[in-house]
Design a protein around this ligand. Structure first.
Ligand code: PMV
Length: 321
């Protein structure tokens, strides 16, 4: 029986992806840049089942149904199309991230699934092809295929929209899981609403393309301070364009905002601390290995903290063919 197991980690964008140019292919309106984490892995095993007439999906030990199963089946359909196969598969996936941490488990999930499924179906995809495939599951998953730091080239079609590795200084993220987190509007729905209703959306698109160019230059120059400054201003721009939607969406909670303020106060004392946040109330503070403990201590008043660093891209753990 063909089976393959792969592991992948979430990533945190330092230049954010927010908005699709093509909903079906998941092409973004602008490129983005991220750190793949060294924690909170997803481990996924895909086993082909010649007897089955439907796919099945077990997530963290429980059978998935509804949207989660439908999304997995739709993703496996892409893999079957690439492999020229009609066989059904069983997917077993374990997330190490606590659900409350709000870390995009869809990124690690679809990166691990892309690798495990492509191998189980007998495909040998290079990193670019794997990143393109993972993108079809969830946009940000294309970046979790890549080691350490990734740039997702927006591209104009399926072939040209993929992530690749870039060099950047060794940094840390202090992840703050804030208290009192309410249920967020999904990134899919939030993106649609922003695109359809924000008067600032065009400016967001053009400025993000410029911000990415600047970020790539700061990485090439090995300039952590500029990387940090761009990270924080770009995150706040994303939350601003989101907040300008109708009906409005606000992902940051009072405790999230308090983390931004605490990091700013640390900066005034010469500590390296620049804040970012995704589509939810949890916050990440970008810092250096030397300052990470100090930052973690200072922000721990606002939630539970975990220090993470750059980690590996999607990799194969086991396969039987
Ligand atoms: O890939 P999705 O649909 O989960 O969207 C991710 C959106 C953000 O996390 C807010 C930004 C990003 O670039 O990861």
């Amino acid at each position: 029986m063909r089976t393959a197991t792969a592991r992948a980690h979430p990533n945190i964008a330092l230049v954010k992806y927010w908005g699709k140019a093509d909903e079906e292919l998941i092409l973004p309106v602008a490129g983005s840049m991220s750190m793949t984490l060294d924690a909170f892995a997803t481990t996924t095993t895909v086993t082909l089942d010649p007897e089955a007439d439907e796919d099945s999906f077990v997530l963290n030990g429980s059978p998935a149904t509804g949207t989660a199963l439908a999304r997995t089946t739709r993703f496996l359909d892409h893999v079957r199309e690439l492999a020229g196969s009609r066989e059904r598969a069983h997917v077993d996936s374990m997330n190490e991230a606590p659900t409350a941490a709000g870390l995009a488990s869809s990124a690690s999930g679809f990166a691990a699934l892309a690798l495990a499924a492509s191998r189980a179906f007998g495909l040998a995809l290079d990193e670019r092809a794997l990143s393109r495939l993972a993108r079809r599951g969830s946009g940000s998953a294309c970046r979790s295929v890549v080691d350490r730091y990734a740039v997702w080239h927006a591209g104009t079609d399926d072939e040209t929209s993929y992530a690749e590795q870039i060099d950047a200084p060794d940094l840390r993220l202090v992840i703050v899981t804030v208290d009192g987190a309410q249920k967020a509007v999904s990134s899919r729905e939030g993106m649609r609403r922003t695109a359809a209703t924000s008067p600032f959306y065009d400016a967001w698109i053009t400025s993000t393309a410029r911000t990415l160019e600047e970020m790539v230059r700061a990485c090439a120059a090995g300039d952590p301070t500029r990387i940090g400054e761009i990270t924080e201003s770009h995150a706040l721009r994303m939350h601003a364009v989101i907040a300008s939607s109708e009906p409005p969406v606000r992902y940051l909670a009072p405790a999230s905002v308090a983390v931004f303020d605490t990091a700013a106060a640390l900066r005034a004392q010469g500590v390296f601390a620049h804040t970012t946040a995704d589509a939810g109330p949890n916050v990440c503070v970008l810092t250096t290995p030397a300052d990470a403990e100090r930052v973690a201590e200072a922000v721990s008043a606002h939630g539970s903290v975990r220090i993470v660093g750059p980690g590996p891209g999607a990799h194969l753990v086991d396969e039987t063919v």
